[in-house]
Design a protein around this ligand. Structure first.
Ligand code: SAM
Length: 405
């Protein structure tokens, strides 16, 4: 129960808390006089002394100043930069505990915020917990000592733009880690402040902007038998080892005449869908991704894939036909806008697949879609090990009575 106000938190600087559980996103939850206090990098079962960093009506946030009693799942974080670097949230928990606590946090958010009776997760899927990332974004900081300017490369500290230079980053694929660690020696001032890097199946690297001898070229990842070309500037799923599993969970083994893949990127789902549906429409607003999606479809010989370069919200009224067999939705974090939800409910695709990395937005959208759809199954995929995030794939089917309406 949320107390009427957080006024009691105002009276204190530091608190002792028992961490009950993790919440979605990875923070621990403790309570002071019943008022929830969220504590990053804490673990269930911890007894901690925290300094309050935020006081709001009904809740607060705090940072650990002393670990009084460690929870049972705690371990020494394997990366030496964990304490400072903002890239990971959960290295202080072993992998089995991360998966357990994250899954139940995501689940609780989905159930609580959707208000729906959901079927229990059909699958909870994990892959490599280290050496998995195929894309990253690093930042540089240039300093001057004795008239000599030097560049350091790293990640933003948690909740700040301060750059933490790194000597290791074990979540990256090894060739990507080597490239990141080699940048410092290769960069000369003035260096770009931010560099996006990615690596293809064959170890080819690409950087945006080109930096430290790494060019901005095209990369290829082969997934489910399709070559997907992309580069460091466009979105691509980050976990190299779970791409096949993600596609399998999303595409499934349904078939039909018409499918639409909204927020389709470079075609990760549209190409495998094109083997199961006679006509596939991919809608994507990023011009570069659209170019790659068209090229990927053409080079795969899939002339039944039509790529539309438009924002979903401007396409959907004219573009989404009545009663398509399949609609895949993989929006950015904020989820679907009201207009998109309304139009989906009006046009009634027979089967919906919703892919999300933000359970709160997904829960809101499922609550609306449940007006006409049954939520058939939900799978959780740990696409982001060592962080507090998970990917959710929900399969929905139009209820028979709504299909006839
Ligand atoms: C989470 S990514 C998913 C991409 C693709 N489904 C995949 O798995 O590779 C979301 C994609 O939506 C695109 N996007 C963002 N806002 C959009 C909008 N309003 N309309 C269409 N596409 C959008 C982004 O450029 C990005 O490629």
């Amino acid at each position: 129960m949320v107390p009427p106000s957080g006024f009691r938190l105002v009276e204190v600087e530091t608190l002792e808390l028992e961490i009950e559980k993790l919440i979605d996103g990875g923070d621990g939850l403790g309570r002071h006089d019943g008022i929830p206090v969220f504590v990053p990098r804490s673990a269930p079962g911890d007894r901690v002394r925290v300094r309050l960093t935020e006081r709001k009506p009904g809740y607060g946030r705090g940072e650990i100043i002393e670990l009084l009693v460690p929870g049972p799942d705690r371990r020494e974080p394997p990366c030496p930069h964990f304490a400072e670097c903002g890239g990971c949230d959960l290295q202080h928990l072993d992998e089995a505990a991360q998966l357990r606590h994250k899954s139940s946090a995501v689940w609780e958010t989905l159930v609580r915020l959707s208000g729906l009776k959901l079927p229990p997760p059909r699958a909870i899927v994990a892959g490599d917990a280290w050496g998995w990332r195929l894309r990253t974004q690093v930042h540089t900081v240039t300093s001057e000592k004795d008239g000599i300017a030097t560049v350091e490369v790293g990640y933003h500290a948690r909740g700040s733009h301060r750059v933490v230079p790194v000597r290791r980053c074990p979540v990256l694929l090894p060739e990507l880690e080597r490239a990141v660690l080699g940048l410092e020696a290769a960069l000369t001032p003035p260096a770009p402040q931010r560099i996006d890097l990615a690596v293809g199946d064959d170890g080819t690297l690409a950087a945006a902007p080109p930096a430290g001898g790494i060019e901005g070229g095209e990369l290829v990842r082969s997934v489910a038998g399709y070559d997907l070309r992309f580069d460091a500037r466009c979105f691509f799923q980050g976990h190299a080892g779970l791409l096949e599993e993600l596609v399998e969970q999303v595409v499934g083994d349904w078939e039909g005449e018409t499918a639409c893949d909204l927020y389709g990127g470079v075609g990760l789902f549209a190409l495998p869908l094109s083997a199961r549906y006679a006509e596939v429409t991919l809608v994507e607003s990023d011009r570069l991704a659209v170019r790659y999606a068209r090229r990927n479809a053409r080079l795969a010989g899939r002339d039944n894939v039509q790529v539309v370069g438009q924002a979903v919200q401007s396409w959907i009224r004219e573009g989404l036909a009545e009663g398509v067999d399949r609609l895949v939705l993989d929006p950015p974090r904020e989820g679907l806008g009201l207009l998109v939800r309304r139009l989906v409910l009006m046009r009634r695709p027979r089967r919906l697949t919703y892919v999300s990395c933000h359970p709160a937005a997904l829960a809101r959208d499922l609550a609306d879609l449940a007006e006409a759809y049954e939520i058939e199954s939900i799978a959780l995929l740990d696409l982001f090990p060592q962080t507090g995030h998970m990917e959710v794939v929900a399969q929905l089917v139009l209820r028979a009575v709504d299909a006839q309406a």
